[in-house]
Design a protein around this ligand. Structure first.
Ligand code: HXC
Length: 289
């Protein structure tokens, strides 16, 4: 879809880049010529991913263990990167989530998610953005969100709340930092199964009931996410900022309507419905005459 040197000379940091969606985006950035920085909490998966990407694309990949909940560690890490030169892009991908009835959450359970998604994403964005502004350097930020920012979602309330906050940050900083040439956008993926997410969001592997809610009848393909993440990171469409793009096969638009379930009706069902409505209309008309 893109020229192989599209991201040549760009230095891009992907948080949570050792696994899941982060790893997929990191691979695609490297494939298009970028130098990569990945961070996360587990050194083994970071090293494995870095080695894999270096092997495949012969680009530089630097990894660092980091918990983005620790603001000082985040700032130190970003300083260490900028000591070697500015970043061009930041992908706020690291997240935490699990399904649970909200009444059963402990304050620590809520904090575990809010501290990663809400606080950690801000620490990272602030640490990178202030350095860009100080040095008059333009950059691009992509926040990985979810469609729950528009609809809310039961059973993942700490995530829905935190991601909604980061959506507000996306819009707010696009406006505040536009004058510095910094663009801030979001991607709101629908179901893109990864081990980390599915173990916590779909532990009984019930893909069928989830797929029933997606008009396209399938989960997302990683390449679709990779392409959008690369488009948003590349130069050429800098006027696009403050936007969160849903990438979900229209799942949330379907689920958001009262009549979504009508999607399941056959032509015959619709015929019957039409008959029933016509009968009701005729009866009303008869009553009026
Ligand atoms: C209820 C739970 C729980 C569960 C943890 N807790 N899991 N409560 N149900 N299933 C509670 C614990 O009991 C504890 O509270 C508190 O949360 C902290 O738990 P820890 O395990 O000590 O936390 P920690 O090691 O910091 O791990 C953070 C985590 C974990 C968020 C809980 O799941 C994690 O590391 N996740 C990272 C990867 C991830 O989640 N990926 C999915 C992202 S998907 P108490 O009070 O008992 O001490 C995503 C959206 C995708 O973001 C959208 C797709 C459509």
């Amino acid at each position: 879809m893109f020229k192989k040197d599209l991201l040549k000379d760009k230095r891009i940091l992907v948080t949570g880049g050792g696994t899941g969606l982060g790893k997929e985006m990191a691979n695609h950035y490297a494939e298009h010529g970028a130098e990569l920085f990945i961070c996360g909490r587990r050194e083994n998966v970071l090293k494995e991913t870095a080695d894999e990407i270096i092997d495949k694309y012969s680009t530089n990949v630097y990894y660092q263990t980091l918990d983005i909940r620790a603001s000082k560690d985040v700032d130190d890490y970003i300083q260490s990167i900028f000591d070697g030169g500015p970043l061009d892009g930041l992908v706020n991908n690291a997240a935490g989530n699990f399904i649970s009835p909200t009444k059963d959450l402990s304050p620590k359970g809520f904090d575990a998610i809010a501290n990663i998604v809400f606080h950690g994403t801000f620490y990272m964005t602030h640490a990178v953005g202030k350095r860009w502004i100080e040095s008059s350097y333009k950059g691009s930020i992509i926040n990985i969100l979810t469609t729950w920012i528009w609809t809310g979602s039961p059973y993942v309330v700490p995530s829905a709340m935190s991601k909604s906050g980061i959506h507000a940050m996306t819009q707010s900083l696009a406006a505040e930092w536009g004058k510095y040439g910094i663009k801030v956008n979001g991607i709101a993926p629908g179901p893109f199964p990864t081990k980390g997410a599915w173990e916590r969001l779909n532990p009984d592997n019930n893909d069928d009931s989830m797929m029933d809610t997606v008009p396209m009848g399938r989960v997302g393909q990683m390449q679709e996410l990779q392409n959008l993440a690369t488009f948003l990171m590349a130069d050429g469409c800098d006027y696009l900022t403050g936007q969160t793009i849903g990438l979900d096969g229209a799942q949330y638009l379907t689920g958001g309507g009262t009549f979504s379930q009508l999607d399941k009706l056959s032509d015959e069902d619709w015929q019957n419905m039409r008959e029933l409505i016509r009968n009701a209309n005729n009866k009303d008309k008869a009553d009026r005459s």
